[in-house]
Write a protein of this length. Structure first.
Length: 139
């Protein structure tokens, strides 16, 4: 190995943590949410591969980031190797979202206070999604 080559441990760690999110969502897609588990997922709405309706894209509230809650009212959750898809309601209107795992910024399960924060470190210090920007959609 030459001096300018190195192992990118940060990228490997981020990928492994996204694998945890992928596995948890895949289990929820197969079997539903166990017990009191529910998930807050914040993601970059401008990331490549994110698919939102024009109505949501045009909403200034979701210009850069959106936090969704998978708890009571979500359906058609499907999980692939690179992304997940889910249907939620926004202001009473059903919407389908497609979110690549690389767009996820924060994953948090408040029922067990487990959270993962990715790359840019946005979110609160304890790993909970959100902050003061108001970009949270409760469903």
């Amino acid at each position: 190995m030459t001096a300018d080559q190195s192992i990118d441990y940060e990228a490997l760690t981020q990928d492994a943590m996204r694998g945890v999110v992928r596995a948890v969502l895949a289990n929820a897609a197969r079997s539903g949410l166990p017990g009191d588990h529910h998930f807050y997922i914040s993601f970059d709405t401008q990331a490549p591969g994110v698919i939102l309706s024009k109505r949501l894209k045009d909403n200034p509230k979701y210009r850069h980031e959106m936090t969704i809650v998978l708890q009571h009212r979500f359906w058609d959750l499907s999980v692939g190797d690179e992304r997940f898809e889910v249907k939620l309601t926004f202001d009473g209107i059903p919407e389908r979202l497609v979110v690549p795992f690389t767009a996820v910024k924060v994953f948090f399960d408040p029922s067990v206070r487990f959270g993962l924060q990715f790359d840019d470190g946005e979110g609160s210090a304890d790993g909970e999604p959100g902050g003061d920007d108001g970009d949270r959609e409760i469903t």
